[in-house]
Design a protein around this ligand. Structure first.
Ligand code: ZN
Length: 507
């Protein structure tokens, strides 16, 4: 009995010794991060001064230069802007205005879709509503759209429930539920076949072009006052091509209330006239998209690396304070804290500010392929850095505070993460979710079999990513202060271990 107890006790102790908490360093990190935080200033500079950062735009390139200078100011070493792929032509919106002038005057809120062209001067156009779902619907509009602005999408329905309910923080019950889901998510079933009669956005826009339409108007958001808009259909396929952009029709995304007002007027057979002006700047040559990197060099294990990061690119209609300027400011602040408390990590700590995330995780994927490789992909193979990589920590689920971390189906890190969460119990950082989560820059690492993690975050703050409304004012600053402290501590502890963080066994 005694013997069993001793064995049990010693296993517990070995477990704790393997992943101990350095309480003294945690105290310094908390002190620096809570009493001398610079995160509000960093977030303000990025959202107020730099603004939107569409991948490969002029705006983005300027912002990346700032990121390098900021990393240097913090005291990081080996800062660099690293090109990762022949991406395409830059696109920047320089000026936009949209007004309804008949039957009543109103300023319309909207913005041009990325990688669409501008128009010549200020144009007065008649608006026509179209309702195109199937190929047969196209016939109805033949010969009727020349020189017109078309309402191209079906009227969006505003989700009022979302606003009534708000976005509450996780309750204890919800967190418990997340922590009690031990099984991996079942794989997704096959997609249902596409109905061949349906018209794709690309086919519909080509039809409009052939019919001589002047401007396409659309609205895809069901969110009050928010415009959601991305890039023109086909931009990814032609790799953000200059010719592809210039030959396309201009597309303007409009707020749902303003769009639906025009739909209702049009249904009364009353003429609508708008005045529109769009100026865009399209690059003259293909350029490489780039990531920004910086380091705190390690000591005895400096050839090994622990990474943290967030995507620096945004959509173009706002500075995207929540998605993902908040994540970037958290990671920069974490590095600043680690420098300010003068840690001497055993492994090198590297920050990566990715680009091309919004278009399909391009920056992180190309980086992983180049530096670490992917043994699961025979075209890429394993690279030198594969065996000396420890772990990557990412933030991209908005600005809400960390309430825990997902194991990404890697049970081998449960003990480490449980131990390292313990100094932050008072901040509400208590939950381990064992499942894998997706859709952002930790995925390329994970697919290559490398430990990479997202924190479990409250879904508060911000107006939602990818809209024209995502500014500094709705970001909960206290939340992101906490996140910077927690990620700094996780990264520090990972960098100080005797061994690299364990990987999941893939069979
Ligand atoms: Zn994002």
């Amino acid at each position: 009995m005694k013997k069993i107890l001793l064995i049990c006790l010693s296993t517990i102790l070995i477990g704790q010794e393997k992943y101990p908490v350095d309480w003294e360093t945690v105290a310094k990190i908390r002190e620096e991060g809570f009493q001398r935080s610079e995160i509000a200033n960093t977030l303000s500079y990025m959202t107020d001064v730099l603004g939107a950062r569409l991948t490969n735009s002029e705006d983005m390139r300027q912002a990346q230069d700032w990121a390098v200078s900021e990393m240097k100011r913090i005291g990081l070493k080996n800062t660099q802007i690293e090109p990762f792929m022949d991406y395409g032509y830059s696109w920047d919106n320089e000026y936009f205005s949209l007004h309804m002038i008949e039957p009543d005057y109103q300023t319309l809120v909207g913005y041009p879709i990325a990688h669409t062209p501008g128009i010549n001067g200020r144009q007065k156009l008649t608006v026509v509503r179209t309702q195109i779902k199937t190929k047969a619907d196209l016939e109805k509009y033949k010969g009727k759209l020349r020189g017109k602005a078309v309402l191209a999408t079906l009227p969006p329905v505003i989700d009022q429930e979302r606003y009534r309910k708000g976005t509450p923080r996780y309750t204890d019950e919800q967190l418990k539920e997340i922590s009690q889901k031990p099984f991996p998510k079942p794989p997704r079933g096959p997609r249902p076949p596409v109905n061949p009669d349906l018209v794709s956005s690309e086919e519909r826009n080509t039809f409009f072009k052939d019919e001589g339409v002047s401007v396409i108007l659309e609205s895809r958001s069901g969110w009050i006052a928010a415009v959601r808009g991305f890039a023109r259909p086909g931009a990814k396929k032609d790799k953000w091509d200059r010719k592809g952009t210039l030959e396309h029709l201009p597309i303007v995304a409009v707020t749902p209330e303003h769009y639906n007002r025009m739909v209702r007027i049009s249904d009364r057979d009353i003429t609508i006239k708008i005045e529109v002006e769009i100026k865009t700047k399209i690059g003259k040559q293909r350029r490489q998209a780039r990531n920004v990197l910086g380091e705190i060099p390690g000591t005895d294990l400096k050839h090994e690396v622990v990474m943290l990061g967030a995507h620096f690119d945004t959509w173009h209609a706002s500075p995207n304070a929540s998605d993902n300027t908040s994540g970037v400011s958290v990671m920069l602040e974490a590095m600043r804290i680690l420098k300010a408390v003068n840690i001497q990590p055993r492994r090198t700590i590297r920050i990566a500010l990715w680009s091309g995330e919004e278009q399909g995780l391009h920056g992180s994927r190309e980086y992983v392929n180049k530096h670490f490789g992917n043994p699961n992909d025979s075209d890429v193979g394993k690279k030198v850095g594969y065996n000396t990589f420890s772990a990557y920590f990412n933030q991209d689920y908005g600005p809400g505070q960390y309430r825990g971390i997902y194991l990404q189906d890697n049970e081998h890190v449960r003990k480490a993460f449980t131990s390292w969460m313990s100094p932050f119990k008072d901040l509400g950082m208590t939950t381990i979710g064992s499942q894998s989560v997706g859709s952002t820059d930790h995925i390329p690492f994970d697919r290559a079999g490398l430990p990479a993690f997202q924190f479990l975050q409250d879904r508060v703050g911000g107006t939602g990513g990818h809209t024209n409304l995502d500014f500094f004012d709705t970001i909960p600053i206290e939340d992101i202060k906490k996140n910077a402290v927690i990620v700094a501590s996780f990264v520090y502890h990972t960098a100080m271990l005797d061994e690299r963080l364990p990987r999941k066994i893939v069979k």
